[in-house]
Design a protein around this ligand. Structure first.
Ligand code: OAD
Length: 247
């Protein structure tokens, strides 16, 4: 497609000339690995109610229901493999362009593809936390529920992700906003750009005079602010960028 080739060439120009390139990713980047997104036709929030599954109140009311849902999502992530988008972002870091990768995703596919400097704004599925002693534990495999997973101290373990109504840990938030403020170019891939504070990161880059490269087959509230909008799936678009960059 000629239009896509042109936008990819424009994106590569921004990347080549960048001083400090970062990326913000969302669930669309893992869609090609078979992990469902949240919004859109087949999105999780179309089939499930977040207030019944992803809030501290829901967990207090029915921990088994919440745990079963997270165990099911963990199974999907454990079975999934990184896709071209994850690998291309890793390569961009390896060759020295990408300085940091901020993700809203709770899977570990960026790390499994080899990315090193990854900031998980919404936590990670594999890291769970005790509601009593606060200790964090990394799971080797998804739990079978029931029984409810418990900590060595006897307290109930909870998914370590950030739920609706919960703040993002201060240190994580600071790292993410610091990276955005250092950036002169940010790739924003596979996010609906609706959930704040993550959706505010590209706007920080713009306010400081930087450029946004958006990769998303659909338009988002960010599209009108983007300097380059690649309306393609993340796997193809990022692989395309890398091929041109390395050619
Ligand atoms: P969304 O489900 O809101 O948006 C996914 C975006 O990915 C949409 O804009 C799609 O058009 C796009 N998309 C789908 N397939 C794609 C592909 N192959 N390549 C590129 N883009 C594709 O997911 P997020 O923006 O990640 O929060 O959602 C943000 C937060 O809302 C999540 O982290 C989660 C959710 O509630 C918490 O759980 C706290």
């Amino acid at each position: 497609m000629k239009g896509t080739e042109e936008t990819i060439a424009k994106a590569v120009e921004y990347i080549r000339n960048s001083r400090y390139l970062t990326a913000l990713t969302g669930s669309g980047v893992s869609a090609e690995s078979g992990i469902p997104t949240f919004r859109g036709k087949d999105g999780l929030w179309n089939r499930y109610r977040p207030e019944e599954l992803a809030t501290p109140e829901a967990f207090a009311l029915d921990p088994e229901l919440v745990w079963k849902w997270y165990a099911w999502r963990m199974e999907q992530v454990w079975a999934a493999q990184p896709n071209h988008a994850h690998y291309a972002l890793c390569k961009l870091e390896e060759i020295g362009f990408l300085k940091a990768l901020i993700t809203q995703n709770v899977d570990d596919l960026h790390e499994r593809a080899g990315s090193r400097n990854v900031i998980h704004m919404h936590g990670m599925l594999k890291v769970v936390r005790c509601v009593e002693c606060g200790n964090s534990v990394e799971l080797i495999e998804p739990p079978t529920v029931p029984p409810l997973p418990v900590c060595n101290c006897g307290g109930l373990l909870r998914p370590g992700v950030v739920w609706f109504g919960e703040p993002i840990p201060e240190d994580v938030l600071k790292r993410a906003f610091d990276e955005a403020s250092f950036s002169d170019v940010m790739i924003v891939a596979g996010t609906s750009a609706l959930v704040y504070p993550a959706a505010g990161l590209p706007l920080v880059v713009k306010r400081k005079g930087g450029a946004i490269i958006e990769i998303n087959p659909d338009r988002t509230p960010l599209t009108e602010h983007a300097d380059v909008s690649i309306q393609e799936k993340a796997g193809n678009a990022l692989r395309g960028i890398l091929n041109v960059l390395l050619s």
